[in-house]
Design a protein around this ligand. Structure first.
Ligand code: C2E
Ligand code: MG
Ligand code: MG
Length: 562
């Protein structure tokens, strides 16, 4: 047993070399270990790794074995190292039962070699752990560093061309958490991620940016599979198959040209984020592919957001009024306040700024600004003894979560001592149950104060009859898209639906206003359906204050017969 001094020095030499060589050569390492074991007649050598001493006590760790002939039962040497980070590494070497005692000199040689091996195992394991921690987040998802590294490697190998990069943001994940509970929500999130990861396979990557947002890149060959998961897939959250929830995502896509060479790290990120933003804003189309026009759109968004505060202070927003007309008497029975941004003498329509202001709570400031100006005008007309009609002001859904909303509205109206019945608040339908409850709370509160409420754009999207059955609105504003076409058959579905919705609203004590009435034919349809109030270009476009006041003073619209 044992070996000559020269042999020991040579083995030691090689051991030091293989445990320090970069890159690590596993084959060379194992061959040295085997030779040491044979030379010293060892039966087995293994290394245990524990993250902390506590985990060592509990036996929670990993075990690596580099040599084992199956006969190792007698412990010859056991070396335990605790690293600075408090990880515990134990290397044990074994001989066979009944073997003769080893000499002091031999044990000293083995001790030196085992210490080198243990130190090496410690270093390697800690580096691997650092990499694992570096590239995953605390929940075990790959993180942004993993994405950057992947892109870097693929780029250097020229393998990015033609691939598809994406940013996804899950739809309504807050609601999912509410529905299945937070713990199950976490399970659903991980499963959805794993589904995408499996679909992507080894020619791409998906990582979590945080929350319910992920980014990644995949090969065109798996596009269909991955898109299907983005569009909506049932994800189980319990052990049984019963508990499933459909998860879908708003996806921003960037199709990398082929060939593609990454110049700056932002090349891919910027594009998928921009497309992702657009996807998130669109209600219907959930997968949006980046094109260069979106970049200017993003610049427009930034511009509006940065100019808004000043514009509001400078009173650049003007209230335009569109009359609501009783079609029998042709008198103005109310009007809607619609916002216009007058910038450098140009009138900017709401479509260009309202959706942007709705991305944050800026819209709420604008709505109160409108209410304030409307109240001012009504007060002035009342003071001058002029006729006044009820004015409706649009309030964004963004207000609904504000529990002080009601008090704030009342305080503005009362500041100008405007009788409550002259103000109507227009709100649109909501998409979630939570918002539905908020909507009912707000509408009921306004009613108690004698302030009118209108449900705007009824018939756009998926209007639910619950909306009018469960919430006591004063007014149903029917969108022009819901009005039957003039050449439509009396008994067409559109005609029947229209007549019934109007009848239902009337039976429930609501007034009906039809928006977007442009022609005399449409007016006839309204008359036939017993609907009496119209708002639209047929009578007037939204008018600046002065012109609107002229209409109010004139009172009646002249008869037009063509
Ligand atoms: P809305 O509340 O449904 O307002 C009716 C829209 O229909 C107005 O567009 C009006 O000009 C348009 N319209 C009226 N009659 C006709 C017609 O005969 N034919 C056609 N094609 N259109 C007609 P506008 O003023 O461009 O406003 C668009 C939307 O912007 C409004 O839709 C409302 O949702 C929003 N909005 C406008 N002002 C405000 C505001 O102060 N606050 C909030 N939150 N939203 C506002
Ligand atoms: Mg409206
Ligand atoms: Mg409307």
């Amino acid at each position: 047993m044992g070996c000559s001094k020269d042999m020991y020095i040579s083995l030691l030499d090689r051991l030091v070399y293989v445990t320090h060589a970069e890159p690590y050569d596993r084959e060379a390492y194992v061959s040295v270990i085997e030779e040491i074991c044979k030379t010293y007649n060892l039966a087995k050598g293994d290394t245990e790794f524990y993250l902390t001493p506590m985990m060592e006590q509990k036996g929670i760790g990993e075990n690596f074995c580099d040599f084992d002939n199956g006969k190792g039962t007698k412990v010859i040497l056991r070396i335990r190292i605790v690293s600075q980070s408090k990880a515990v590494i134990i290397t044990t070497i074994y001989g066979e039962e009944g073997e003769p005692e080893r000499s002091e000199a031999e044990l000293a040689e083995l001790d030196t070699m085992v210490r080198i091996i243990t130190g090496f195992a410690t270093r390697r394991r800690l580096i691997r752990m650092m990499q694992e921690f570096g590239f995953t987040d605390l929940d075990g998802y790959l993180n942004f560093r993993a994405f950057s590294r992947y892109i870097d490697v693929e780029n250097s190998e020229n393998r990015l061309g033609g691939k598809i990069a994406f940013h996804i943001d899950l739809h309504n994940f807050t609601m999912v958490n509410q529905e299945v509970g937070r713990a199950n929500g976490d399970i659903v999130l991980k499963k959805y991620y794993t589904m995408i990861k499996d679909a992507i396979g080894d020619k791409g990557i998906i990582i979590r940016l945080g929350g319910d947002k992920f980014i990644g890149i995949f090969d065109r060959s798996v596009k269909r599979k991955v898109y299907d998961i983005f569009s909506g897939t049932a994800v189980p959250y319990g052990d049984s198959d019963d508990g499933k929830i459909v998860i879908s995502a708003a996806a921003g896509i960037y199709m990398l040209p082929n060939p593609f060479l990454l110049k700056s790290p932002g090349d891919i990120m910027d594009k998928i984020m921009i497309a992702g933003d657009t996807a998130k804003r669109q209600a219907s189309e959930s997968i949006v592919v980046y094109d260069d026009r979106m970049k200017s759109e993003k610049a427009h968004v930034k511009k509006v957001q940065s100019e808004f505060r000043n514009a509001l202070e400078n009173e650049e927003f003007a209230v335009f009024y569109q009359p609501k007309v009783d079609i029998e008497s042709r008198t103005i029975v109310g009007s809607e306040a619609l916002c216009r941004w007058i910038k450098d003498g140009i009138i900017i329509p709401p479509i260009e700024f309202i959706p942007i202001l709705e991305m944050n709570t800026d819209i709420c400031k604008l709505d109160f600004y409108m209410l304030e100006h409307v109240c001012q005008t009504i007060r002035q007309r009342l003071d001058e003894g002029k006729s006044v009609v009820r004015v409706s002001v649009n309030f964004s859904r963004k207000h609904l979560v504000d529990i002080d909303l009601l008090d704030k509205i009342i305080s503005v109206i009362d500041k100008y001592e405007v009788p409550h019945e002259y103000i109507e608040i227009e709100l649109t339908e909501t998409t979630t149950d939570v918002l539905f409850r908020d909507l009912r709370r707000v509408v009921c509160g306004l009613q108690e104060q004698g302030i009118w409420t209108a449900v705007d754009d009824f018939g756009v999207g998926y209007s639910s009859l619950n909306l009018i059955r469960e919430i006591p609105w004063n007014v149903l504003k029917v969108d022009k898209g819901f009005v039957p076409k003039p050449d439509e058959d009396e008994n067409s579905v559109a005609n029947i639906m229209f007549r019934h919705v109007i009848a239902l609203a009337h039976d429930m004590g609501m007034k009906c206003v039809i928006e977007g009435v442009e022609s005399i034919d449409q007016l006839d349809i309204l008359k036939k359906s017993n609907c009496y109030i119209a708002q639209g270009y047929f009578f007037d476009r939204p008018l600046p204050l002065e012109e609107y006041e002229e209409r109010l003073d004139r009172k009646v619209y002249p008869e037009i017969t063509e």
